[in-house]
Design a protein around this ligand. Structure first.
Ligand code: GLU
Length: 297
């Protein structure tokens, strides 16, 4: 019998702001799951969208991860370093006619239908081909794209009706997240992706790209979003604050509680080392099964 592939997990923050509680949950869950499976845990900074980057956010994220006691394997990976591989993947998609150039501007698409994922591209440039200064879009079909999420169960999307042909290279020459994440996970041999449920809607597009590029499809576990009463009353899209860099133990315990682990009261006075030790020994991801939201106390 062949050995199962070694587990390689990762945490992949974008430096668009400091770490907030939701991203801490993704970091904690992906880290503990990787260790529980004797796997590696990689840290990849997704810095491919300079206009959306916030000055100083990269350093703040790394400082926070260090202060919270995370231990990643190998050197920190910067997604901007793999631009060559991203471009090669775009060229492959174009060459194999899985993708085409699209000169449509935002204005051209003002009347396009909208779905939960944003504009559903009406296919204007599908057969016309060679616009210059153009974005690159991937062709989609309406075959249901189904997969089993380890926590959220059976998922399915019809890409053509739900997202339409989607962008992999933007008109401003930046690589789109959907492509970059797929190429990098492949380059780094990632086998298991544990991340926030806000990305669940993107997963079918990512699996589609993996299939077109001949990459192995990793397994996915999307953890619930944490809301507190105040966040809910405000607005979902606003104001998740940075995690504190002075009361880490307390925040780490709150993260474990939000992740439905049950840290005992004694842990409140324990060292960070002991909190992690408890977390490694007691971690179970299955307590999050089927949950899409958790209320933070
Ligand atoms: N960089 C993405 C974010 O910060 C996460 C990418 C991923 O986990 O696939 O939202």
């Amino acid at each position: 019998m062949s050995e199962p592939a070694p587990y390689i997990g990762r945490f992949a923050p974008s430096p668009t702001g400091p770490l907030h509680f939701g991203s801490l949950l993704a970091a904690v869950a992906s880290f503990l799951e990787a260790r529980a499976r004797n796997g590696q845990w990689l840290l990849r900074v997704e810095d491919i969208d300079p206009p959306r980057e916030q000055a100083g956010a990269k350093a703040l994220i790394l400082t926070a991860l260090e202060l919270y006691g995370f231990e990643w394997d190998g050197a920190i990976i910067y997604q901007s370093d793999s631009r060559g591989a991203h471009d090669t993947a775009v060229q492959t998609l174009l060459k194999e006619d899985h993708a085409y150039r699209c000169g449509c501007s935002r204005r051209d698409l003002a009347n396009a239908p909208r779905g939960p994922l944003g504009i559903i591209y009406p296919g204007t440039c599908r057969n016309s081909g060679d616009a210059q200064n153009a974005a690159v879009r991937v062709r989609t079909t309406d075959e249901p794209l189904a997969f089993e999420d380890r926590l959220q169960g059976a998922q399915s999307q019809r890409l053509e009706t739900e997202s339409g042909d989607f962008i992999v290279l933007r008109r401003d020459d930046l690589i789109a997240y959907q492509l970059a994440v797929v190429v990098d996970d492949h380059l780094q041999g990632v086998t298991e992706i544990v991340r926030g449920i806000d990305l669940l809607v993107s997963t079918p597009r990512q699996i589609w790209l993996q299939q077109l590029l001949g990459f192995t499809v990793p397994s996915y576990a999307h953890i619930p979003v944490a809301l507190n009463l105040r966040d809910q009353k405000l607005s979902k899209s606003t104001g998740a604050g940075a995690i504190p860099l002075d009361s880490m133990n307390e925040t780490l315990i709150a993260a474990l509680e939000a992740l439905q682990q049950r840290p005992p009261d004694e842990l409140r006075n324990a060292s960070m080392h002991d909190i992690w030790e408890w977390a490694h020994a007691n971690w179970s991801i299955d307590t999050l099964k089927g949950r899409t939201q958790i209320l933070r106390q």
